[in-house]
Design a protein around this ligand. Structure first.
Ligand SMILES: NC(=O)c1ccc[n+]([C@@H]2O[C@H](COP(=O)([O-])OP(=O)(O)OC[C@H]3O[C@@H](n4cnc5c(N)ncnc54)[C@H](OP(=O)(O)O)[C@@H]3O)[C@@H](O)[C@H]2O)c1
Length: 235
């Protein structure tokens, strides 16, 4: 799993460990949060490990997978969750900001999925890839173009990988609405956010975890983007 040092990512990693998986996960800058997550995971799954990996650099991804291969002999599931997120008013977007968002989110997800597929296609059992996108891929947010484009790109990649890798690998994506709130990054108040959600609450990490478990138990779903947003996209 990439991005298990994230707020939602950490909860996902812990819950997937609870499903009986040994977890090999990446972090990039949040070493302390990653270490805390690993400590909790190891209570359930003592063989679990973490590695630092900047997913915007394919060489880092290759290195992470080389380390993975040294320690593990099968890959059942890739959760591609690493993601960068910040607002960038359209007229002011710099090349550096574009690269930071698109290289982490889109390029990073592509090369992570490619490395996973190289292992999974040689295995004699069906494995799974779940990417994490965002409902904003379907919305038009004026200050988040590099972010939303990168998430829309992941949704398309999900379909291309699903078609290319069938029937050996089931590839799906989850598009959450607002689950965790970054107070310094939100453009709207909590009240404004909730007013736009027909089910009248923000999402809970459990809403995403239940969807992941559903995909882990499903054998006949591939190439789908599952929206988990309390109906936010209906508005
Ligand atoms: N949480 C939500 O409400 C929400 C809503 C919509 C979509 N999503 C999607 O769900 C996924 C999980 O969200 P989250 O809440 O865990 O996000 P988060 O708290 O923002 O965490 C982002 C994760 O991505 C990692 N990351 C960032 N840049 C990286 C890089 N260059 N190389 C490697 N890793 C990098 C971070 O690692 P470090 O911190 O160690 O650098 C962290 O683990 C993301 O794909 C996100 O876009 C979440």
């Amino acid at each position: 799993m990439t991005g298990a040092s994230g707020l939602l990512g950490g909860e996902i990693a812990l819950s997937v460990a609870g499903q009986g998986y040994t977890i090999f996960f990446t972090w990039n800058s949040s070493e302390e949060r990653a270490a805390q997550t690993l400590e909790k995971i190891r209570w359930i799954s003592p063989e679990s490990q973490m590695i630092r990996c900047d997913v915007s650099k394919p060489a880092d991804i290759s290195n992470a997978f080389a380390t993975f291969r040294e320690h593990f002999d099968r890959l059942d599931l890739l959760l591609a969750s690493a993601s960068n997120f910040f607002s960038t008013p359209l007229p002011d977007v710099t090349e550096q900001e574009w690269d930071s968002l698109v290289d982490t989110n889109l390029k990073g997800t592509f090369f992570t999925m490619q490395e996973a597929v190289r292992i999974m296609l040689k295995q004699s059992f069906v494995s799974r890839i779940i990417s994490m996108t965002d409902i904003s891929a379907e919305l038009v947010w004026r200050n988040f173009a590099p972010y939303t484009v990168s998430k829309a790109g992941i949704q398309h990649l999900t379909k291309v990988f699903a078609k290319t890798c069938a029937p050996h690998i089931l590839v799906n994506s989850i598009a959450p609405g607002t689950i965790t709130v970054h107070p310094d990054k939100e453009m709207e108040s909590m009240e404004e956010m909730i007013n736009k959600i027909p089910l009248k609450r923000l999402g809970d990490p459990l809403d995403i975890i239940r969807t992941i478990i559903f995909l882990l138990e499903s054998d006949y779903i591939t190439g789908q983007v599952i929206t988990v947003d309390g109906g936010r996209l209906l508005q």
